[in-house]
Ligand binder design. Structure first.
Ligand SMILES: Nc1ncnc2c1ncn2[C@@H]1O[C@H](COP(=O)(O)OP(=O)(O)O)[C@@H](O)[C@H]1O
Ligand SMILES: [Mg+2]
Length: 267
């Protein structure tokens, strides 16, 4: 099987599809949470997913990096399966170690930061590169210092997470994800746990990543961010994509009554 290809003009560069999700279904027991979700994210682009609580947004993100096994559909990241190997026309589940290696190429940033509390900022950043990718400590450290500069936290390298504000912790979490040189970054409501005055600094970092051409899938309630930064806006409700398209057009003129109703509530 070959990966679907597309051309994308964000920087005028022809590129491939980074995330290709087709007909994704996921159930927990009798509860079907995803009922056939389609999403195509070209390399170098930003997709923002919005939708009411319980619509399946987090579950879908977790399916992208195979933290959840899908029940049906096709999920490819950079043209390949995260959890399976294709032999002939049969899929074989990979061993956990192989899945970990592949998942390491997909960065994830959570609402609750999930930094290692007993490690300094610098140790948080070099942990996975050294342990999972076997990078030499000196190399990982140099890259970590560079990344901390990029998120504006160079002076916090020896602090512990508890000594940082929520906004600073989330910027460290983003730097930690970047330290693995991910092909794509997934964000699950990265600013929802922050005090309102700290939201802006995290969104600014995310905007700068978008400008650098990092592929991102962002679940968010920040409609302003989505309008400004996203190449594609996706509205999910009840386990399906109700509507997707150009953010400005969709926000100004939603086609589905469900999208209209949701936007009216959050705008
Ligand atoms: N591990 C799980 N076991 C059972 N039900 C789950 C699990 N994870 C999520 N759900 C259910 O799936 C639905 C969608 O959840 P979620 O993906 O977290 O939605 P969202 O992120 O859009 O708020 C909810 O009804 C939730 O209770
Ligand atoms: Mg969620």
């Amino acid at each position: 099987m070959t990966a679907p290809r597309t051309h994308h003009s964000r920087f005028g560069i022809a590129s491939t599809t980074m995330v290709h999700a087709k007909g994704i279904r996921k159930s927990y027991g009798h509860l079907e949470v995803l009922k056939g979700v389609d999403l195509t994210v070209p390399s170098g682009s930003v997709a923002c997913i919005i939708g009411p609580s319980g619509s399946g947004k987090s579950t879908f993100l977790r399916c992208i990096n195979h933290l959840e096994e899908i029940n049906a559909g096709l999920m490819l990241v950079d043209g390949d399966f995260v959890g399976y190997r294709l032999e002939g026309n049969k899929l074989y589940e990979l061993p956990p170690s192989a899945i970990c290696q592949r998942r390491a190429e997909i960065g994830m940033v959570f609402q609750q930061f999930n930094l290692f509390p007993h490690m300094t900022v610098l140790e948080n950043l070099i942990e996975a590169p050294v342990r999972v990718k076997r990078e030499p400590v000196a190399q990982a450290t140099a890259k970590a210092i560079d990344l901390l500069q990029r998120v504006g936290l160079a002076e916090k390298r020896d602090s512990y997470p508890r000594q940082l504000s929520g906004g600073q912790q989330q910027r460290v979490a983003i730097a930690r994800a970047l330290a693995m040189n991910p092909k794509v970054l997934l964000f699950d409501e990265p600013t929802s746990a922050l005090d309102p005055e700290l939201v802006g600094e995290v969104l600014e970092v995310m905007k700068s990543l978008a400008r650098e051409g990092i592929t991102m899938v962002v679940v968010t309630h920040e409609i302003g961010f989505a309008r400004e930064v996203a190449d594609q806006l996706v509205f999910m409700d009840g386990g399906v994509v109700v509507e997707s398209g150009n953010p400005r057009e969709m926000i100004a003129n939603p086609q589905s009554p469900r999208t209209r109703e949701f936007l009216a509530r959050v705008l």
